[in-house]
Design a protein around this ligand. Structure first.
Ligand code: AMP
Length: 547
């Protein structure tokens, strides 16, 4: 017997309609790439989004067409999110920090018909344009006065395109499983893989994100996504702010400490989300300049593991609560959140912090298990390591047009294999031990590079740390710790190792410490371990002579 409730599809266009109707006064504030701050409301935004939807129609965009964006976090990118998906096309956000050949691969693989780009990305795309045969035109996110000279073919001006259109548009209603947006993973090996989100997965992910066990969002929040809209939908925040009617502040292209702090302060931001690298720059700035956070009450941190020292800095020095989350492009992207359960909330501070630096716990909608190489489920005892497998309505079911990855990254019974090595405990808290390819295999046991890195950055003389495995004749691999010193610090390798003593298992102690000016990062702000391994290829650990 079927239920008799309405079969009303979950559609992305309903999020912005809801925000404009019920929170029409609420502001969307953007730092523009042109410079000035732009400010308008959800009601204003909806009108422009409808104009844009009409413009897309005029360009001949059909349902299912892929339209790419190369854009910073700002109001025009927000308009594209809603107009493209709302009209039934696919909003394909592309990470401009990827290598040129990856960008060419992605645009061609997705068969993007048009590219919308901030003017800052014109020099990036000009030399690639003749390798992008499917692209029919380039729309620059600017008004007439800010249009640069360019060799890009078939260039249009966004404001000229949008302005003449009507602000009336009836959103089409269609199957909620229709693709709404698309994002390629920036894997360090092989070609990027395409993840196609649906309207249904996006709206369900947004419900999850806003709920009390998720990010607990509401209309009184002022939200600053310091996570780019070109990477995993800025953690879904552009959708979540519409669902709850929160004010949103877009930082544009300026992610340095001073610019982010200024936006946090002047716009009275209460919740900001970012990766540890961004927060490290912000903390350095506020310390150096003696600033405070008068409005910020909570920061969401994810994308890489949050070090304990960062939790302590935010909470103990600045009274800003830290909220750790884990996710992937393939999980829309939020998979777990660090909201305390009632047992953890009651624990003394030190013990609570041990939970806070875990990657978060199971929230309804995402099922998790850890498995061994044969796919057997392992114990949820907080100690046993295995590959994390996940399942749920906003988890990737298959990659776009990629038989190879589809054959290897999914189990026969439909679980997605994340490539993360993790533990699970009986409260459902998950701890990432490492990426499967980064874990250091020493004497048949595993050493977590992440744990070592987090312990090392606890030393005040260490700004950033990375650990890689170096081949060892006896142990297979041993850890090498690579450190960037904090500004002005004169810390030595011996200082760092004696600092680690007692904080990690004795046999995890790095065999050597090397200092570098900076560490290589991937396009998404993570430490580029593959590059670092190349940099230290042939490195000889002390005591392991070639003869
Ligand atoms: P991406 O798809 O680029 O967002 O990368 C996803 C990967 O980032 C995950 O598979 C994890 O390896 C890593 N990651 C994300 N969040 C965290 C976190 N809180 N702690 C540790 N690693 C994380």
């Amino acid at each position: 017997m079927r239920g008799l409730m309405m079969d009303d599809p979950l559609l992305v266009s309903d999020l912005i309609e809801h925000a404009a109707l019920n929170h029409g006064f609420q502001e969307i504030v953007s730092r523009t790439v042109e410079g000035p701050i732009h400010r308008y409301t959800y009601a204003d935004a909806l009108k422009r989004i409808k104009k844009l939807a009409n413009a897309l129609n005029r360009l001949g965009v059909q349902q299912g067409d892929r339209l790419a964006t190369f854009a910073w976090n700002g109001y025009r990118h927000f308009e594209l999110y809603y107009a493209i998906s709302g009209s039934g096309a696919v909003c394909h956000t592309i990470n401009p920090r990827l290598f040129a050949d990856q960008i060419v691969f992605i645009v061609n693989h997705a068969k993007d018909r048009f590219i919308f780009l901030d003017v800052t990305f014109v020099p990036l795309l000009e030399p690639l344009a003749d390798q992008l045969p499917h692209v029919e035109g380039y729309i620059l996110l600017a008004d007439k006065d800010h249009m640069p000279e360019t060799s890009l073919p078939n260039v249009m001006c966004y404001e000229d395109l949008v302005e003449p259109e009507s602000d009336e548009f009836d959103w089409p209603r269609f199957d909620e499983n229709t693709a709404s947006s698309m994002c390629y993973t920036s894997g360090t090996t092989g070609n990027p893989k395409g993840v196609l989100y649906s309207h249904r997965s996006t709206v369900l992910h947004t419900f999850f994100q806003c709920n009390g066990e998720g990010f607990a969002m509401n209309s009184k929040a002022v939200v600053l996504p310091a996570v780019p809209m070109f990477h995993a939908n800025a953690w879904g925040l552009p959708y979540a702010v519409c669902m709850v009617g929160a004010k949103v502040v877009f930082p544009g292209a300026a992610y340095d400490g001073a610019s982010i702090w200024e936006m946090l302060d002047t716009e009275k931001v209460t919740f900001a989300a970012g990766v540890p690298t961004i927060w490290m720059m912000l903390l350095e700035y506020v310390r150096r300049e003696g600033k405070r956070f008068d409005h910020l009450t909570q920061t969401g941190i994810g994308g890489s593991a949050v070090p304990l020292a960062m939790v302590e800095a935010f909470e103990d020095e600045y009274e800003v609560e830290v909220f750790h989350a884990w996710g992937m492009t393939e999980t829309s992207p939020v998979g777990t959140t660090g909201a305390f359960n009632c047992k953890v909330a009651e624990m003394p501070l030190e013990r609570r912090r041990t939970y806070q630096i875990k990657q978060g716990r199971s929230i309804f909608g995402v099922r998790m298990k850890i498995v061994d190489d044969q796919g057997n489920s392992l114990a949820r005892d907080g100690e046993t390591f295995g590959q994390l497998a996940v399942k749920g309505p906003w988890i990737v079911g298959a990659y776009h047009d990629n038989d190879e990855a589809n054959a290897t990254q999914f189990t026969e019974d439909g679980w997605f294999l994340t490539g993360d090595i993790a533990t699970l405990d009986d409260y459902g808290y998950m701890t990432i031990v490492d990426r499967a390819k980064d874990v250091i295999k020493s004497g048949g046991e595993w050493i977590s590079s992440i744990d070592l890195e987090n312990a090392a950055v606890g030393h005040p003389g260490v700004a950033e740390a990375a650990v890689i495995g170096i081949a060892h004749p006896k142990w297979d691999e041993r850890p090498l710790l690579v450190v960037v010193r904090s500004e002005g610090a004169e810390v030595s390798g011996a200082d760092v190792l004696s600092f680690l003593d007692g904080k990690i298992a004795k046999w995890w102690m790095p065999d050597a410490v090397e200092f570098v000016e900076e560490l290589p990062h991937t396009a998404t702000g993570k430490i580029a371990k593959l590059k670092l391994r190349e940099q230290f290829a042939g490195y000889e650990l002390p005591g392991v002579g070639s003869g």
